[in-house]
Unconditional design. Structure first.
Length: 301
C-alpha cells in the first residue's frame, strides 16, 4: 500500500494520461491510464515461476488492469492472445506493437573475436523457462563431431547458483562450454558478430530481442518454435522443438555443417531485422496515445 501511495504522490493532479510501462499499475489512481504488457510468464507457465505469492500478485494486477486501463499495449500478437486467453476478454482496445532493433546492431565494427575458437552463442539470463538444460544437453550430444565451443553470455553467478544441473552438465565437457559472465556492450556486439550461430531455446517469450539483434549483426539464428518466436523471427530462422534434445542437436549439426544455409539465414535475417524499427514502434504508440486522449483534447504528439 505504501508503494501505491508513493505512486499517487508522484502523479501530478493535472495528468491527462498515465502510461504504465508494466502491469504493476497504481491501483489507487483513478485517472485515464494506458498500460504495456510484455508477457504473462507467471500465469502462463507456473512450473517455471516458483512462489504462489507471485502468481497471486500477477492475477490481482491483471484483473485491476482489465478494469482500469483505457487502452492496453502488448509487444506481440502472441502476448495479446495470452492476455485474452488467461485474463479474459477486454472491452478496451488491446494493441500489439512490436519492439525495435537499435541501429548499432547493423554496423558492428569487425574487431578480433572475443573467443579463440569457433563457437555457438547463447545470450540471456538463467531463468528456467530459458531452457538452457536442453541446449547444453544438445551440445553435449554433438560436441565430438564439431569443432565449436558453446559460449553462454550472461551473469555467471546466476548460471552457477540458479541452475546447478546446467553447471554440472557443462563440466562434463572439460572446457568446451564457457560462461562469460556479464560483458560490456561493445564485447557483446563482438560475440554476436563472430558467432557461427545464435541459439535461443526459450520455452516462453513475450517478444525475444536477442534473435533479432543476432540477425542485425549478421549471425544466423536457431530458435525454438514456441511462444512469440515464430511471429518475431518469421522465415529468417531455423526452428526446433524446445522439448526435444534430439531435434535441437540435429538442427545444430545442420547449421554448423551447411554454409549455404548459414548464408541464406544471414541474408533473410538482415531483411527481417530491418523491419523492426523504434521509429515504427514510437509512431504506433503515439497513435494509440492520441486515440486515448481523444481528438477533443486538442493534443498532438
Amino acid at each position: 500500500m505504501a508503494e501505491q501511495i508513493d505512486y499517487l504522490r508522484a502523479i501530478p493532479k493535472e495528468t491527462s494520461l498515465y502510461f504504465a510501462t508494466h502491469y504493476n499499475i497504481p491501483l489507487l489512481y483513478s485517472g485515464r491510464m494506458m498500460v504495456t504488457v510484455y508477457d504473462l510468464m507467471h500465469l502462463a507457465m507456473p512450473q517455471f515461476a516458483p512462489g504462489i505469492h507471485k502468481r497471486i500478485y500477477a492475477k490481482l494486477m491483471f484483473a485491476a488492469l482489465r478494469r482500469k486501463a483505457r487502452s492496453v499495449l502488448t509487444i506481440s500478437e502472441f502476448t495479446r492472445h495470452e492476455l485474452e486467453r488467461i485474463v479474459g476478454g477486454f472491452k478496451q482496445p488491446v494493441t500489439p506493437i512490436h519492439l525495435g532493433v537499435d541501429n548499432e546492431w547493423f554496423s558492428i565494427p569487425s574487431l578480433p573475436s572475443p573467443h579463440s575458437r569457433p563457437y555457438v552463442l547463447y545470450v540471456g539470463n538463467i531463468k528456467p523457462h530459458k531452457n538452457l538444460k536442453t541446449l547444453v544437453k544438445a551440445f553435449i550430444k554433438i560436441a565430438s563431431s564439431v569443432r565449436h565451443d558453446l559460449v553462454l553470455v550472461g551473469k555467471k553467478d546466476g548460471f552457477i547458483t540458479g541452475d546447478t544441473e546446467v553447471a554440472n552438465l557443462a563440466q562434463t565437457l572439460g572446457g568446451r562450454i564457457h560462461f562469460t559472465g556479464r560483458v560490456s556492450d561493445d564485447k557483446l556486439h563482438q560475440y554476436f558478430h563472430h558467432a557461427e550461430t545464435l541459439v535461443f531455446p526459450s520455452h516462453y517469450e513475450g517478444f525475444g530481442l536477442p534473435p533479432l539483434e543476432a540477425m542485425a549483426a549478421g549471425c544466423p539464428v536457431v530458435v525454438s518454435n514456441a511462444a512469440s518466436l515464430p511471429e518475431v523471427c518469421g522465415d529468417a530462422a531455423l526452428y526446433f522443438d524446445p522439448h526435444d534434445v534430439n531435434d535441437l542437436s540435429s538442427k545444430l549439426e545442420l547449421i554448423l555443417a551447411n554454409s549455404v544455409l548459414r548464408d541464406s539465414l544471414r541474408e533473410s535475417g538482415l531483411v527481417r531485422a530491418r523491419s523492426y524499427t523504434w521509429d515504427r514502434c514510437v509512431s504506433k504508440t503515439c497513435d494509440v496515445i492520441q486515440t486515448v486522449l481523444g481528438e477533443d483534447a486538442g493534443r498532438k504528439i
